[in-house]
Design a protein around this ligand. Structure first.
Ligand code: NDP
Length: 427
């Protein structure tokens, strides 16, 4: 059960933060407009233009990109949200402590995402098999559902921006309304004792992505009468990735989203729209364009996917285990480590001796596989890797700068020993 331990706030309650990320207020305004526009455009490309890029030529073209919400879409969204909320509150799971905030507080989280996801995925599959849920009918509501989720993100961001102002010392704002709307004004807003950010990232963002990865193949079967190899490859690989996320759900608690970013429009939109709708563009494209993928190529892509998965998972585990027990063998040998003035050691064995972020290489390999499975008929299904690669390249640079500040000269010694950033012997 999420709970805040009662420790005394340490910092100035209402300290204003500088509006210095993403190009400041103008950048925040631009992104608030661009993110929904891109999402509507991509939906339109797959749903209205056969999966191809297209150029709006009139105002009517632009307005056609934004479907009107329907009561059916609202019902689908409402039921899914309610099921996830109930499973979040009632499913059993171990309780872990989150990272301490800058005010010395540590919330508790019940880690029950795997069970919640398996139950909701099971209910969805049972609904489809029994005929209660028609994937074709859900598909017909895809556009209205997208509009509804965009509206929900806007309203939720406004509510947390206003509500955040009453969170006293948890409040982190700049005073610029546009920037604060985009970046949020509070780190971990709660409903009762439940952390909204954790719930919406894990259960709505990742959980809905998983649900769509099940619904889209089912819709293809219902609409076309057969399941294409491309659809099978993309959805199975993505479902594996999502399952892996829920198996290691507690690692989310140490990620930047949870410990650093306020819950503003950027994250609301990411969880409600960007992840479920845009990360499944490959399957939406396959449904529209039905590209051919030979079995031999499919097997090759699946092998590449799991090679990427192995690098991703093994490298992340190596670091986690090293942090818990620095003497634990890596790849069967005692680890080579480096002492630092900061007190924490750095690992120089295994993946962390080959490159400073081999975990990103694994993630990127999987992203590329999911796109390649769609062939070369359109750039639209490549959206995921085209968005993800710059994101991780930038993240590596930001993490490097952060480590440079944290470790100083020790980091320079480490980077001399491990010169490769992401791809050993290449980059
Ligand atoms: P990492 O797990 O790569 O962690 C970076 C931190 O690890 C550093 O800040 C440093 O922190 C520590 N560290 C760096 N080098 C060493 C070393 N040699 N030995 C020990 N500790 C070291 O960061 P991310 O959170 O960016 O990535 C985690 C995973 O999440 C990745 O696999 C990534 O691909 C994935 N990811 C996925 C996203 C998605 O949208 N699908 C988005 C972002 C990430 P310290 O020393 O303080 O411990």
């Amino acid at each position: 059960m999420p709970r805040v331990s009662a420790t005394k706030p340490a910092a100035n309650p209402s300290a204003r933060k500088p509006a210095d990320q993403f190009g400041g207020p103008w950048g925040a305004l631009a992104l608030t407009i661009v993110m929904p526009t891109v999402s509507f455009y991509l939906w339109s490309a797959v749903a209205q233009h056969g999966g191809s890029l297209w150029l709006p030529r009139s105002l009517a073209d632009v307005t056609a990109m934004v479907p009107t919400p329907t009561w059916e879409a609202a019902a689908i969204f409402g039921v899914w949200l309610a099921v996830q909320a109930v499973l979040y509150v009632v499913s059993p799971g171990r309780v872990v402590q989150g990272w301490p905030t800058e005010h010395g507080e540590r919330a508790e989280y019940r880690i029950n995402g795997l069970l919640a996801f398996l139950v909701s995925a099971g209910l969805l599959v049972a609904g489809i098999v029994s005929g209660i849920v028609s994937p074709k009918a859900v598909l017909a509501q895809w556009g209205p559902l997208l509009t509804l989720c965009v509206l929900f993100a806007i309203v939720a961001a406004a509510a947390t921006q206003i509500g955040g102002r009453s969170r006293a010392h948890l409040e982190r704002f700049t005073g610029n309304r546009i920037y604060d709307f985009y970046m949020g004004t509070v780190l971990n807003p709660r409903l009762g004792r439940h952390d909204l950010k954790f719930f919406f990232e894990s259960r709505i963002g990742m959980g809905s992505w998983g649900a769509f990865a099940i619904l889209l193949p089912a819709a293809e079967l219902e609409v076309h009468g057969s399941l294409s190899t491309a659809m099978l490859v993309v959805s199975l690989c993505q479902l594996w990735y999502i399952l892996d996320f829920f198996v290691f759900e507690d690692t989310l608690l140490s990620m930047i989203d949870i410990i650093e970013e306020n819950l503003g429009f950027m994250l609301w939109f990411a969880f409600l729209v960007w992840m479920p709708f845009n990360f499944t563009l490959q399957q939406q494209y396959v449904l529209a364009a039905r590209p051919e993928l030979s079995v031999v190529l499919a097997i090759g892509l699946v092998v590449l996917n799991f090679a990427g998965y192995y690098v991703f998972r093994d490298s992340n585990l190596q670091k986690q285990r090293f942090r818990r027990d620095p003497s634990r063998p890596v790849w069967g040998k005692p680890p080579v480590t480096m002492d630092t003035a900061r007190g924490t050691k750095l690992l120089i064995s295994g993946w962390w001796g080959l490159a400073r972020h081999a975990n990103y290489l694994g993630d990127l390999t999987m992203a590329l596989v999911w796109c390649l499975a769609c062939g070369f008929g359109s750039v639209v299904p490549y959206f995921y890797v085209l968005y993800f690669a710059p994101l991780l390249l930038d993240r590596e640079r930001r993490d490097n700068a952060m480590c440079q500040r944290k470790y100083g000269a020790d980091w320079d010694r480490y980077t001399k020993k491990v010169p490769w950033r992401i791809v050993p012997f290449v980059y």
